[in-house]
Design a protein around this ligand. Structure first.
Ligand code: XUL
Length: 546
C-alpha cells in the first residue's frame, strides 16, 4: 500500500451495501460488504433485500436496516485494519430511483450525532416514512398515467426528463407518498432542473410545488468537488480524518459506467438483480421505451440505459426447471445444466436453415419495464429471415433444455433492437456492421461463461466481450473513482475520463472472455430483429385488449 491519500466508494444496492477503498493509482486496498438477507434478514424480515405488499405492488426496504448497514460496513473495514484516517474523499451510489423521506427533525438530529450510540438509535425520528421504495415497486400506475399526460405525451415527457413515466421513478413515488427529500435528478421524472409543471403535479398544486422544490434543493451542476467535510460522528467513532471530504454521490447505473474509462461506442451489460444495458453518448435522442440520464461527471454527455426487471431472476427460473439443477444446488454448480444446454443449442435453435424455424420467447416472471407488460411467458417461432412469425400456444412447444439459450438470446435481442441507432461500424474496421466496440459485462451474472457467449453472439462487440474483474462491485468501484477524480482533478475542466484514463490499466482490471462479433452469426440475429419487435407488439396488443 502507498502512503498517499485513499478514497472510499460505497454502493447501497438492492441486496447489499458494498465498500471499496482505493489509492491514487486506482489500486484497490480494501473491500467490505453487508448482505441484507444474511446480516439482517431475521431482524427486518427482508428477502433479497426487500419487503413486499403484493396486493398493492409495493416493494420497499426499511431505512433503519440501511443505517445499521452503514455502521456495520465501516466496522468491517476497520476490523480489516483499513487506515480510515487516510481516506481523503468519499463518494458512491444508491439505487437509481431510491428515496428516503426526512422529517423536520432530521437537521437537528444529524447535527447532534454523538459517537457513543449507533446511527439507527440516534436517527429514529429523522424520517417521516420508515421505508424507502425500491426500484422493483410497481404500485404507481395511477401516478404514472398522470405524468405521461401532464406535458402532452410520453414522448414530450421523455424529451424533458429523459424517460417516459415509470413506476419506480422518484416523481411518481413521491406523488404517492407526498412528503419529501431527494437529490440526484436523473431517473426521477421531474427533469434535470425540476420542471415546474411536474413539481406541481407531484406536490398537488403550485404552493406544494414551491415547498417540494425547497425540500429537493438546488440541482448541483458539478458532479465533482466537495460538498463538505465528513460528520464528526464518523471521525470520533471510526477514526476518519476531520478533513475527509464528501463528493456528490450518484445512482448505481451511472456509477457502473464510472468503473472504467468507457469510450464512445463501448457498451456495458450489468447482470445484477436487474439487467441493465448502458452506453455513453453525446447524442440525446429520448424515446418513451428507454432512458437518457445526464452523465454523472461529464457535462454534454449522456448515459443511455435500458433496464429489465426480468434479468437474473428470470434466468434462475429457467435454470431451476432443468433436470439436474435441484441436485446441483446442494452439491456442485447450479448453473452446470443451464450452461451446457445454452452452449449446445445453436443460435435461435436453427440447425438447418432450410427446415428449422427460429425460436423466440418472452420470459417475464415479473411485470416487465421494457416493454411495459404484465408477467407471463410467451413463445414464438419465425422463418430464419424473420418472416412468418407464429405464436406457439402449446405449453411445451420445445424441450426445457432449449429455453436457456432462447431466454438469454431474447434478453440480448431486446437490447440490440433498442440500441441499434446508437452504434456505428468500428472506426478502425469500417467494413463491419454497426455494433458496440466492446461489450463489458459486470454484476453477478458476468461470471457465467455461457451467458457471456450468447450475449456476444447477439450483441457483437468488434473487439470482444470483456468482464470487469470487480464484476459484482462495479458501482462501489465507480464511486471510489468518482471520489478520487472529484478531489484530484487539476481543475474543473479535467474530465473524469482524462484523469482515470491516464491511471487505469487494462491488465488486472478486465478480462477478455468472448469473441463478441462472429461473422454470419451476428447477421443471422440481425434478420430476426423485426420478428422480435413484432412478437413484442403482438403480446402488447393482446395485453391491451384483455
Ligand atoms: C434502473 C433501475 C435499477 C436500479 C437497481 O433504472 O431501476 O437498475 O437502479 O438499483
Amino acid at each position: 500500500m502507498s502512503d498517499g491519500p485513499l478514497y472510499l466508494g460505497l454502493d447501497l444496492s438492492t441486496q447489499q451495501l458494498k465498500a471499496i477503498v482505493i489509492q491514487s493509482d486506482l489500486h484497490v486496498v480494501a473491500e467490505a460488504k453487508v448482505s441484507f438477507d444474511e446480516d439482517f434478514g431475521s431482524k427486518y424480515g427482508v428477502e433479497k433485500g426487500v419487503l413486499m405488499n403484493k396486493a398493492e405492488g409495493e416493494v420497499f426496504a426499511p431505512v433503519a436496516m440501511w443505517l445499521e448497514s452503514l455502521d456495520l460496513v465501516l466496522n468491517r473495514l476497520k476490523e480489516k485494519n483499513t487506515p480510515l484516517n487516510r481516506i481523503r474523499g468519499i463518494s458512491g451510489s444508491c439505487q437509481q430511483h431510491g428515496s428516503v423521506y426526512w422529517s423536520h427533525k432530521a437537521s437537528d438530529l444529524l447535527a447532534g450525532l454523538t459517537a457513543d450510540k449507533p446511527l439507527v438509535e440516534q436517527l429514529k425520528d429523522a424520517f417521516s416514512y420508515p421505508y424507502g421504495p425500491n426500484w422493483q415497486d410497481h404500485s404507481t400506475q395511477h401516478e404514472c398515467d398522470q405524468f405521461d399526460v401532464k406535458l402532452g405525451s410520453p414522448q414530450r415527457l421523455a424529451e424533458v426528463t429523459g424517460s417516459a413515466a415509470h413506476h419506480r421513478f422518484t416523481g411518481p413515488q413521491i406523488m404517492r407518498l407526498r412528503p419529501t427529500s431527494a437529490a440526484w435528478t436523473s431517473g426521477t421524472s421531474l427533469g434535470g432542473d425540476w420542471s415546474e409543471p411536474l413539481l406541481e403535479l407531484t406536490a398537488g398544486g403550485a404552493d406544494g410545488a414551491a415547498g417540494l422544490r425547497r425540500k429537493l434543493g438546488e440541482v448541483r451542476k458539478d458532479g465533482g468537488g466537495s460538498m463538505g467535510a465528513i460528520s464528526r460522528y464518523f471521525v470520533s467513532r471510526y477514526g476518519f480524518s476531520a478533513d475527509c471530504q464528501i463528493s456528490p454521490f450518484t445512482g448505481d447505473n451511472p456509477a457502473t459506467i464510472l468503473a472504467l474509462p468507457l469510450r464512445p461506442g463501448d457498451a456495458i451489460v450489468s447482470l445484477g438483480t436487474s439487467t441493465t444495458f448502458l452506453m455513453v453518448t453525446p447524442v440525446y435522442k429520448p424515446d418513451p421505451s428507454y432512458h437518457f440520464f445526464n452523465h454523472p461527471t461529464t457535462p454534454g454527455q449522456y448515459m443511455f440505459m435500458l433496464c429489465y426487471k426480468n434479468g437474473a431472476l428470470a434466468r434462475e427460473k429457467v435454470r431451476d426447471a432443468l433436470p439436474g439443477t435441484a441436485q446441483a444446488k446442494t452439491s456442485g454448480d447450479p448453473w452446470a445444466a443451464f450452461n451446457a444446454a445454452a452452449l449446445s443449442t445453436p443460435p435461435l435453435d436453427i440447425s438447418n436453415p432450410a427446415t428449422d424455424r427460429a425460436k423466440l420467447g418472452l420470459y417475464f416472471y415479473l411485470p416487465e419495464i421494457v416493454p411495459n407488460i404484465r408477467a407471463g411467458t410467451w413463445r414464438f417461432t419465425s422463418l430464419p429471415d424473420g418472416t412468418d412469425l407464429r405464436e406457439e400456444t402449446s405449453s411445451t412447444p420445445w424441450p426445457v433444455e432449449t429455453d436457456p439459450r432462447i431466454i438469454v438470446e431474447s434478453q440480448a435481442l431486446s437490447m440490440r433492437l433498442r440500441s441499434q441507432n446508437l452504434v456505428y461500424p468500428p472506426p478502425d474496421r469500417p467494413q463491419l456492421p454497426a455494433q458496440p466496440r466492446r461489450v463489458y459485462l459486470v454484476g453477478g451474472g458476468s461470471l457465467n461463461p455461457a451467458i457471456a457467449r450468447v450475449l456476444g453472439d447477439v450483441l457483437g462487440g468488434a473487439e470482444g466481450v470483456y468482464r470487469l474483474d470487480v464484476g459484482g462491485n462495479a458501482c462501489a468501484l465507480g464511486g471510489a473513482y468518482k471520489a478520487l477524480w472529484s478531489l484530484e482533478r487539476s481543475s474543473e475542466a479535467q474530465t473524469f475520463d482524462e484523469l482515470i484514463g491516464q491511471r487505469w490499466k487494462e491488465e488486472g482490471a478486465i478480462q477478455r472472455i468472448g469473441d463478441g462479433y462472429r461473422e454470419g452469426v451476428f447477421e443471422g440475429y440481425g434478420k430476426i430483429l423485426k420478428a422480435f419487435e413484432e412478437m413484442e407488439g403482438r403480446v402488447l396488443e393482446v395485453a391491451r385488449n384483455t
